[in-house]
Design a protein around this ligand. Structure first.
Ligand SMILES: NC(=O)c1ccc[n+]([C@@H]2O[C@H](COP(=O)([O-])OP(=O)(O)OC[C@H]3O[C@@H](n4cnc5c(N)ncnc54)[C@H](OP(=O)(O)O)[C@@H]3O)[C@@H](O)[C@H]2O)c1
Length: 342
């Protein structure tokens, strides 16, 4: 760590957000589907680098950098860590120590759906798990309510009516303002939308993976459904966990996700992959962008996308990623499709 960064981390302990934050913000806002809620085009996700083994002062620094840049949405889940729950605890501490008085400028989201505690009531989409999990998340975050609570993945063992009605009740109980779903395909989303409409639930988002290398939501019709049904898509892993950056251009760094986590496998780094990257880099350069700027701009090209959640391991990465230009020519889009499908 260089001296300037070290000094900044020390100063962060007593500083407050930049008073000029909206005037200087690089990030713009979009409506979440047809709702009245505006979301920043980029959000910060806490899946990695906010757990018990990570440096707390770097986490705090990233939250400051994000917020000062206009990234006002922070995406968390009950199980983010490792250990599960520690991302919420760490973010809760950052809120308490550095952002007291700024809650109303932030969109704070959490989720439940993956295994969180032992036994049959620590996972899924049933009433018992969802209600207990959100209570535990609020406690770790130190909050009375979150802005968006997502069901993290479909649960084939729970009727969709049960999951949706529980989410609806969590809104009625004042524990969340809006609800979302995540990793639901087109058919599963249609089934949920039907129930939410009957209940008049403020359902606004489906959070899914989308990037130049992963076109699932184009292929399964979910992106088209979002526009038809009026909810927003929130994109996760827009940089394919770091593959669509220069992170692996000169080998696998010891501090990278590929070394530190099981979620990104070394097998992805094939000669064919690097060839694609090189061609995408040429398109980025012709647009005056870096590779991650191209990748993020591309995910924001569709109206259906309300926000894109980036991950980061340093403030420098966040600052490298915020120059977005979502306008593409038809030729550029065709060229990108050709490269990615080759
Ligand atoms: N709903 C779900 O099921 C689900 C699933 C996955 C993710 N998510 C959410 O989406 C968020 C984002 O996902 P993600 O972390 O996979 O997103 P991502 O933006 O595709 O990947 C982030 C990683 O890319 C690398 N990176 C970012 N900017 C870089 C730059 N300028 N240069 C070099 N490397 C760069 C960093 O890797 P290093 O750590 O190696 O530096 C960073 O941790 C998560 O935090 C989570 O909130 C949700």
């Amino acid at each position: 760590m260089d001296e300037t960064t070290f000094k900044r981390l020390i100063e962060n302990k007593t500083r407050k957000p930049d008073p000029m934050r909206y005037k200087n913000a690089a990030v713009k806002y979009r409506r979440a589907g047809n709702s009245g809620l505006k979301l920043p085009e980029l959000a910060l996700g806490l899946w990695h680098n906010f757990g018990s083994f990570d440096n707390f002062e770097i986490m705090r620094d990233m939250v400051f950098t994000a917020f000062d840049s206009g990234i006002t949405m922070f995406d968390i889940a009950n199980n983010y860590g490792p250990r599960g729950g520690t991302a919420e605890e760490n973010f809760g501490r950052i809120l308490r120590e550095s952002f007291a008085g700024y809650r109303d400028e932030m969109i704070i989201t959490t989720k439940a759906g993956f295994p969180m505690w032992r036994g049959p009531y620590g996972t899924g989409g049933n009433r018992k798990y969802l209600t207990a999990s959100l209570d535990a998340s609020l406690q770790r975050l130190g909050l009375d309510y979150v802005d968006i609570f997502y069901h993290h993945r479909p649960d084939p063992e729970t009727p969709i009516e049960e999951t949706c009605y529980m989410l609806h009740q969590l809104v009625e109980r004042g524990k969340t303002l809006y609800v979302g779903i995540s990793n639901y395909n087109r058919e599963q989303t249609e089934a949920a939308v039907k129930v939410f409409r009957e209940l008049k639930t403020p359902f606004i988002l489906n959070q899914v993976c989308y990037n130049m290398l992963d076109r699932t939501i184009e292929e399964n019709g979910l992106k088209a459904l979002a526009e038809e049904a009026g909810f927003g898509i929130v994109v996760y892993s827009p940089l394919a966990q770091g593959l669509l950056t220069e992170r692996y251009t000169h080998g696998i760094p010891e501090d990278s996700r590929m070394r530190k986590s099981w979620t990104l496998k070394e097998e992805r780094l094939t000669p064919a992959f690097f060839e694609k990257l090189s061609k995408l880099r040429d398109i980025a350069a012709a647009r005056g962008q870096t590779l991650p700027e191209l990748a993020l701009s591309w995910t924001l090209k569709d109206k259906a996308v309300s926000s894109v959640i980036i991950g980061a391991s340093s403030s420098e990465q966040i600052l490298e990623n915020i120059k977005i230009n979502p306008d593409f020519t038809a030729e550029e889009l065709t060229a990108i499709d050709g490269i990615c499908n080759s």
